[in-house]
Write a protein of this length. Structure first.
Length: 100
């Protein structure tokens, strides 16, 4: 497990962070809208998607993928994306990787 903690799906498998302090690589998905999307529309979309994540069928499908839906707020997700960018930006630059 490359997440910071053991997964509830496979609690017997230790996280890499248990051996290498601070190691954490998460795979994540999220929904974003166009720049300038109003707070009202953002809130309505968030409410709909967060509600969908609570549906038993959706939870079951995520569990099949060994994924754990978070459903945080738009502001929390924005802050998370900024942290992820900061974490990997220097590595990508050092690698010389380019987007075609």
């Amino acid at each position: 497990m490359t997440t910071s903690q053991r997964s509830p799906v496979m609690p017997e498998v230790p996280a890499v962070a248990e051996t290498i302090k601070g190691f954490e690589i998460d795979t994540w998905w999220g929904l974003v809208g166009p720049a300038g999307l109003s707070r009202e529309v953002t809130a309505r979309l968030h409410q709909a998607f967060a509600g969908a994540l609570q549906q038993p069928e959706v939870k079951a499908r995520f569990a099949q993928l060994m994924a754990e839906p978070v459903g945080n707020t738009p502001d929390q997700f924005g802050a998370f994306m900024k942290q992820e960018l900061a974490k990997y930006e220097s590595v990508v630059k050092a690698s010389g990787a380019k987007v075609d």
